[in-house]
Structure formats: C-alpha cells, structure tokens
Design a protein around this ligand. Sequence first.
Ligand SMILES: Nc1ncnc2c1ncn2[C@@H]1O[C@H](COP(=O)(O)OP(=O)(O)OP(=O)(O)O)[C@@H](O)[C@H]1O
Length: 258
Amino acid sequence: MPPPDATPEVAASLGSARTSANPLLPLTVRGVCLQRSGRTLLDDVNFVLESRDIQVILGPNGAGKSLLLRVLHGLITPDQGTIDWGGRSPQLAQADLGMVLQRPVMLRRSVLANLTFALAHSRVPRQQRRQRALDALQRAELQDLAQQPAPRLSGGEAQRLAILRAWVQRPRVLFFDEPCANLDPRSTQKIEHLIREVHASGTQVILTTHDLTQARRLAGEVLFIANGRIQEQSAASTFFQSPASPEAAAYLEGQLLV
Ligand SMILES: Nc1ncnc2c1ncn2[C@@H]1O[C@H](COP(=O)(O)OP(=O)(O)OP(=O)(O)O)[C@@H](O)[C@H]1O
C-alpha cells in the first residue's frame, strides 16, 4: 500500500509545504501561437489558471500537450502571444518552475546521489542534504534502493525518483508530462499517490495526459486540447458529466479526433 499522506513536517522536508498564496498564480495565457515547418502546432491558445486544484491538460496524442508545457515553462518561445505567471514572464518565473518528463534521465550516480545533487543545486546546506534525501526516498518507497546506481532503476522507480528530484527543489509549480506513460497499474498508482502529495504540499500541479481514467482520478480542473487549440476549460466534475465542446464529447465517447 502507498504510505499515508505526508504530515506537514515531512512535506516541509520534501517539498514546499506552503500554505500562503502561490505568487505565480494566476497564470494568464493570451493568443499563444507556435508554428514549425509550416504547421500550426499551437493555435491561438487562451486561458487563465487560478484554481489551486490539480490542473490536467487532456487531449489525444499529437494534440500539442507537451509543446504547451514547454511554452509555459519558457523552454520554447511562442511565435505570438504572451504568458504571465502572476506578473512574471516564464523566464523570470523559471527558478520556481519544475518539470517531470515522460522518460526521466538519471544521473550516473546512486539513487541517493541523484537527490543530494538536486538539493545542492537548490543551495540546501551540505549537512542537511543526506537526511532530506533519505526522508524523500522513504516517502516514495525507494529507501532500499538508495545506494543502487540510478540508471538501473525500473521505469516506475525511475519516475518516482524523478518526481522526488524535482519536488525537493521546492518548485512553486511542477509540470508532469505524461508521467505514467508505459507504466503498469501498480506503478501508476504509486506515482499518482506521489503527485497528490506534491499537490498537498502546496506546489501547483499541472499535468498532461491522454488517459481519461487518469484524468478522472487526478483532475480538479481540465483543459481539453485538440489540434493545438484549447477546446474547453472546465471543473473536472462538469467536464466528465457534460462537456461543453463537441471535440471533448467525442473524445469522452472514445471517438478518434483528427
Ligand atoms: N520541433 C517540432 N517541429 C515540428 N513539429 C513538431 C515539433 N515538436 C512537436 N511537433 C509536432 O507537434 C505536434 C504536437 O506535439 P506534442 O508532443 O506537443 O503532442 P502531445 O499532445 O504531447 O502528444 P503525445 O500525447 O503523443 O505526447 C505533433 O504532431 C508533433 O509531431
């Protein structure tokens, strides 16, 4: 069974455990367009995120979910439009933004050293790093693998370590790009549990998925994207009961979107 939710003290040693308002919210996206090789990949994207709920960007393969995350993070500059994180550009917000990729890249060091390296990067004093890393590993049930080389971890274990590595740096916002792609149900359950803990610690979670069942389990709010356009933004309960856009209705019925 997954461990119980983090106490505030444990969450504080792992992540942000913030109760104050998130200074990066609202996130305001206006008129974002991205073209590559003559194709429009993001097409006049407009939305405002202000809810502290878990935000899920849902849509079919190739809809533009990963590109949108990269634009929000400031890794890609759009051809048109603006992104405003509570008054800051993505570049100015970047130190408070984290990203967990679909296929994490592990440092060729031990599991523990992957975390202490991340803590050093966040300027955590040397004498605190080992204990904070061990606490984090315990939360993700990875403590028995602390001395193992990280590149030897299974896909699910590596993804849990990647989440810890991002979380210990205390981002205000953590993006998850299809974090459970190609993982089995048990690994998915453990990762979703960690994602809920990240969220409970006060870090804003913005996650992409094409998996309706995962969106139903995690989402507080849904942004539905197809063909590079946000078709709909709704509270999850509204979205799954009565989607407003024909594209979302078709997707929920299992129809292929082209
Ligand atoms: N650098 C690029 N140049 C040209 N096309 C690109 C580039 N990067 C992505 N694309 C295309 O943009 C579209 C959207 O890609 P993106 O990776 O954002 O989709 P996605 O919704 O995340 O899909 P998936 O669920 O499969 O990960 C795809 O058709 C992809 O081939």
